[in-house]
Structures are given as structure tokens and as C-alpha cells.
Design a protein around this ligand. Structure first.
Ligand code: AMP
Length: 510
């Protein structure tokens, strides 16, 4: 399967080729033809599967065949839960639509509304928005949805988690009834199906189900460390391994600040990113981290959600997450799009129970390592894994950079007919097939390239990709764990150079 077979025009194929993609990921192979046939789509796919191109490419194709947006009108609306994701989606739209005469814009809160108002005035073919700011703009009569052709709800499960349901329903009530609807969600929970009932019509259901959502390109390891020695241990690990671009997860905002300070004191440039920081501070922190001015970024779970930094080589769990599913999300920050990565967890005695929950969830035991000079006064017990097929990972010390890899993924794509009793949502089209590759996008064939020129009339040039939301409810939300997608682990040992791709990237810029 190649992109050429999917029915996309030369202008789009050129932009795709420039990104170095040569094979569509499973979600792309399924979603692109369905969207091009103007069918509604309901897709279960997480970040990292290539879902953004899965809806962006065919939308660009469809829009380029129609009449450009008239002044004040919007032809496609993409709703995302966070500002950060909105900016990323819009960047993808700009990248893939570089050779098309279409206009796009992104609107989200926390920044001035004026440029957004100005851009919308001229009409926008694709508008990417977070719900809060979109409602503001609509109430100011800055947007007319009467010509809306396509609605995309991205990360719908997270939208619900963050308390956006009322905003979404309100927005839906402003949209014309006749439109194409695409809904993406990590899982199809009952809540999502309920939402889908009023949204999608006879959808094609696509489910790209990783058997174990810990990517097989992520090498996981654990160090048992006394609670009070974690900062020193992290400093030691970063220094002896010469780690760069390290994303460190802290459970609390204060903990994140404290740790960033300790790292700085030890001569390691670090920034912290969390909900107490202003939009400007977060933008700057992420930009510094992305361009390498900060070696380490310490983040809380919510702040880090959705961050897609290409080929991020190292993720450290300074604190284990309270919800085991968050472990999978966290380590999903590395080893993306086929690149290799390392995920290291510093585990204190108090966190033994959390570790066991994580290992049960991912159905594997993560390799235990000892950091010389930081030997703990306790042992982390092995986790009793019930599955007969569960494997013990075989990674060695990070010092040697020889690590164990996480398990493989299910190669199956399921497209299910939802009106046959297997699913609760309204009807759907069905085919059932297996993909030959795993569910993540294939490794890029070329080094990554910088994003090309953006479209004319964009509301923002979102240099930053900040995780933030306009929704006050999210501050008090009770995070609902996403359903885990797990399966038997298949451990393997491999030697990796996590910097290989980054080096290529740098080289290409010289
Ligand atoms: P997403 O799941 O949309 O967040 O995409 C995850 C990452 O995969 C992004 O960095 C994309 O640039 C990359 N990607 C998307 N499609 C492909 C593809 N067909 N081949 C290689 N990389 C891809």
C-alpha cells in the first residue's frame, strides 16, 4: 500500500513525500478512502498512530475539489481538547496543504482574540479550535457555519474527560445538519458511543488497536531509588549517559518546579511546564526544550498531554503516575513514529504498589536496574503476572545503552459494522482485515523537515504547542482512566542509538 493508491492529488502527495512518509499507517490506509467517499468515520486511534494525517489529508483533498471559503464562512471545523493539540493539528494542515490554495486558521484561548477575529473575517477552509474560544468567537458573530461541510472531533474521549460535553453539544447545535462527521477517540467507551449517537451517521468504524500501547520501539527500565535520593539519581543518570531532550514526569506542580531548580543547580538546563504557569511561560519553556536550549523539561501529566516532539529520545518517570494507564501515555511521548526511545522510571519503596499495577496493565515485568552509588535499601518485588504469555523484559543497565524493548503490537485493524449488535452505536460499514505492519506510522524514510510556509490568512502562527485548555472544568476534573489496550508482551533486546534520528535532523539543517 502506498499513498499514491489512496486517491490523493499530486499536490498532497508532494507534501506527504516531503515529510518522508512512504507508507500509510493502518489508520491512514483505512480512514483516507472512507473520508474521500464522504462517509462518516468513527475511529479508535491514539496519538502516535498517524491519525492526524488520517483525517487531514482526505479533508484537504475534498476541500480542494470544492469552492473556496467565502468571507466569514468556515468549511471544516476541527475541535480539539487542548490548545497544544489544536496548534499541532493546524501545523499538519499547513504542512500537508502547502501546495493547495486553501486557508486554515487555529483559534484557542490564552492569547489575543483580535488576530483570530481578523483571520476569520476572510473565510477559512479549515478551522482548528478548542471549544471555549470557538464559542466566544461564535458569540461575537465572527464565524458563520452555514457552509460547514466537515466536522472533526479529535480526541473525543479527552474532551469528555475535560468536561467539554456541554460546549460540544452547544457547538453542534450551531452546525448545519447536513455535514460529514469524523470522530477520533483513544477508546470507544459508553460515553463516547452516547456522544456518537447524536453526531455520526452510519459511520465507518475503524479501530487501530495496539495489543499493548507501550510502543515496541520504547525500551523500558526501572531503578529502585530511595525517595530522598531521586533528584540526585536523576542528575547522575543524565550526566553519565549524557542524555539530552529528556522529558521528566513529576506528579505535582511544586515537585516539577523543585526538580527543575535542582537540575539547574547541578548544571543541567531545565524548564518546568505545568498548569500554574502562564501561557507565555509554557510557550517559552516548550520552545526552549524543543530547540535544545533546555536539556530537560519537567512536566505534570496534564501539561504534557498531547505533546508531540518528534523522536523524543528519553522519558523519565520521576514519580510513577497514580493511574497506571498514564504510564502508557507518558512513555508514548518517546519512540514515536517508529523512532526508538527509552523510558526510565525511578521507583521508591512507597511506589511498589503503583509499579505492580502498571506491570499488570502492560502484562510484563519491566527490567530492574541498579544505579551504582544509589543502591536502595529495599527491593522491588516481582509482579505476579497472570497471563501465561507475559514476559520478563531483558534490558540491561542504561549505562550500556542496551535495553529491553517493550512488547509488540497487534497488527489487526478492525472495521466493524456497528449495526449488527456488536456495537452500540448506529450502523456502519464493515470490512475486516489485518494490516501487515503494526499500527504506528512506519519509520520515516528521510530526516524530518521543518514545517513549510503556512497558509495565508492564518489566525495565529502557533510556534508553540502548549498543552492548555480554555475549560475551567479541567482544573478540577477527576481524570478518568482510559481503557487499557493490553496484550501479551513479546520482549526483545536491542541496541539502539536514540540520537540517530536527531543527528540526521541536525545534519539536514546544516
Ligand atoms: P499522530 O498520531 O497524528 O499524532 O502522528 C504521530 C507522528 O507520526 C507524527 O509525528 C507524524 O508526523 C508521524 N506520521 C504520520 N503519518 C506517518 C507516516 N505515514 N509515516 C511516517 N510517519 C508518520
Amino acid at each position: 500500500m502506498s499513498f499514491e493508491n489512496l486517491g490523493l492529488s499530486a499536490a498532497i502527495l508532494k507534501a506527504v513525500a516531503k515529510q518522508g512518509y512512504d507508507t500509510p499507517s493502518p489508520i491512514q490506509a483505512q480512514a483516507i478512502p472512507a473520508v474521500l467517499k464522504r462517509q462518516d468515520v468513527m475511529a479508535a486511534a491514539q496519538t502516535g498512530t498517524g491519525k492526524t494525517a488520517g483525517f487531514t489529508l482526505p479533508i484537504l483533498e475534498l476541500l480542494s475539489q470544492g469552492t473556496p471559503a467565502k468571507r466569514g464562512y468556515v468549511r471544516t471545523l476541527v475541535l480539539t481538547p487542548t490548545r497544544e493539540l489544536a496548534a499541532q493539528v493546524q501545523e499538519s494542515v499547513a504542512t500537508y496543504g502547502k501546495h493547495l490554495p486553501l486557508k486554515s486558521a487555529v483559534v484557542f484561548g490564552g492569547v489575543s482574540i483580535q488576530p483570530q477575529l481578523a483571520a476569520l473575517k476572510n473565510g477559512v477552509d479549515i478551522l482548528v479550535a478548542t471549544p471555549g474560544r470557538l464559542l466566544d468567537l461564535y458569540q461575537q458573530r465572527a464565524i458563520n457555519f452555514d457552509h460547514l461541510e466537515i466536522l472533526v472531533l479529535d480526541e473525543a474521549d479527552r474532551m469528555l474527560d475535560m468536561g467539554f460535553i456541554r460546549d460540544i453539544r452547544k457547538i453542534l447545535s450551531f452546525l448545519p445538519a447536513k455535514r460529514q462527521n469524523l470522530m477520533f477517540s483513544a477508546t470507544f467507551s459508553d460515553d463516547i458511543r452516547e456522544l456518537a449517537k447524536g453526531l455520526v451517521n452510519n459511520p465507518v468504524e475503524i479501530s487501530v488497536t495496539p495489543r499493548n500501547s507501550t510502543a515496541n520501539s520504547v525500551e523500558q527500565s526501572i531503578y529502585a531509588i530511595d525517595k530522598t535520593r531521586k533528584s540526585a539519581a536523576l542528575i547522575e543518570l543524565i550526566k553519565i549517559n549524557d542524555w539530552h531532550q529528556v522529558l521528566v514526569f513529576s506528579r505535582t506542580k511544586h515537585g516539577a518546579n523543585r526538580l527543575a531548580k535542582s537540575l539547574e543547580t547541578a548544571g543541567i538546563s531545565a524548564v518546568a511546564i505545568h498548569g500554574n504557569k502562564s501561557q507565555t511561560a509554557r510557550t517559552k519553556a516548550l520552545a526552549d526544550f524543543k530547540r535544545g536550549a533546555a536539556q530537560v523539561m519537567v512536566a505534570t501529566d496534564i501539561a504534557a498531554r498531547g505533546i508531540d516532539i518528534d523522536q523524543l529520545p528519553f522519558v523519565v518517570n520521576f514519580d510513577l503516575p497514580q493511574v497506571p494507564e498514564d504510564y502508557v501515555h507518558r512513555i508514548g511521548r518517546t519512540g514515536r513514529a517508529g523512532a526508538s526511545g527509552q523510558a526510565v522510571s525511578l521507583v521508591s519503596e512507597e511506589e511498589g504498589k503503583l509499579l505492580r499495577e502498571i506491570e499488570k496493565l502492560i502484562k510484563r515485568q519491566i527490567s530492574r536496574n541498579v544505579l551504582p552509588g544509589f543502591e536502595a535499601n529495599f527491593n522491588l518485588a516481582d509482579t505476579q503476572l497472570t497471563s501465561g504469555a507475559a514476559k520478563k523484559s531483558t534490558g540491561r543497565s542504561t549505562n550500556s545503552r542496551t535495553k529491553s524493548s517493550a512488547s509488540g503490537q497487534d497488527n489487526k485493524i478492525h472495521q466493524r459494522r456497528s449495526n449488527k449488535g456488536e456495537q452500540k452505536s448506529q450502523g456502519g460499514h464493515s470490512t475486516s482485515e489485518s494490516a501487515a505492519t503494526n499500527n504506528r506510522p512506519p519509520r520515516r524514510q528521510k530526516p524530518l523537515v521543518d514545517l513549510g510556509p503556512k497558509f495565508a490568512n492564518r489566525a495565529q502562527t502557533p510556534k508553540s504547542t502548549e498543552p492548555a485548555t480554555d475549560n475551567k472544568a479541567s482544573k478540577t476534573r477527576n481524570p478518568k482512566p482510559q481503557k487499557a489496550q493490553t496484550a501479551e508482551g513479546v520482549a526483545s533486546t536491542q541496541k539502539v542509538d536514540p540520537y540517530a534520528n536527531a543527528r540526521l535532523k541536525l545534519k539536514s539543517k546544516e
